[in-house]
Design a protein around this ligand. Structure first.
Ligand code: DX5
Ligand code: ZN
Length: 219
């Protein structure tokens, strides 16, 4: 089975967003990953709702919104209205995660939960059936272009076992430092979706790089 590919627009040329989105439209990308950072949950600020709407106006691929913000409940509807197909919140930012997941589903979107590198996958055990996608952070969230954390492989295998044991349909997305070296091993460990920012946008031919990621098979 081919992995799903979600290029992260965070690494795009923001002065030419329309052109970048059109490039992704023509590629084999399955989603456009949109990183929202508030400068509180993470030590960086990216962009917000109007820019997400602008991306959505040109996008022919579904938007995979990654909220790295505190109080995400306050913004779920706004991001759904801005075009989100999948909305992921951080486990570490939610006091009432089950309620937040219900709220995302009530808006008609798919619900995702992102976990930081220090957060064990086992903490999702009692809500896994309510989660469409878990984002395993393979870097500390806040910046593109960081080094992949090797402990991620073990987290992916353990999460895959948990999903199978619970009979859930949850997909596993890997976010941070993904490239052609680590992606085959991640796929074998149980990953379904690869986010790739700098590896795609800093390459000389992003469409071809997306295609190379898409053609990875189990090793
Ligand atoms: C990190 C973001 C990532 C980032 C990935 O906080 O959540 O989605 O854009 O970028 P790369 O692929 O460059 O690590
Ligand atoms: Zn992300």
């Amino acid at each position: 089975m081919s992995p799903l590919i979600a290029p992260s627009i965070l690494a795009a040329d923001f002065a030419n967003l329309q052109r970048e989105v059109e490039m992704l439209n023509l590629s084999e990308a399955d989603y456009i990953h949109v990183d929202i950072m508030d400068g509180v949950f993470v030590p960086n600020i990216s962009f917000g709702i109007p820019v997400t709407e602008a991306i959505h106006r040109h996008a022919k691929k579904p938007l995979d919104i990654h909220l790295m913000i505190v109080n995400p409940d306050n913004y779920l509807e706004a991001f759904r209205n801005a075009g989100a197909e999948v909305i992921s919140v951080h486990y570490e930012a939610c006091n009432h995660l089950h309620r937040t997941l219900q709220a995302i589903h009530d808006l008609g979107a798919k619900a995702g939960v992102a976990i930081n590198p220090h957060t064990p996958v086992e903490l999702l055990s009692d809500v896994i059936q309510d989660i469409d996608q878990v984002i395993i952070m393979s870097v500390n969230p806040g910046f593109g272009g960081q080094k992949f954390i090797e402990n991620t492989y073990s987290k992916v295998s353990r999460l895959k076992d948990l999903i199978l044991a619970k009979g859930a349909k949850t997909k596993i997305e890997i976010d941070g430092g993904v490239n052609l070296q680590n992606a085959p091993k991640l796929l074998t460990a149980g990953a379904d979706v690869f986010v790739a920012g700098s590896f795609v946008f800093n390459s000389s031919d992003p469409v071809q790089t997306i295609s190379q990621l898409k053609s990875i098979r189990l090793v």
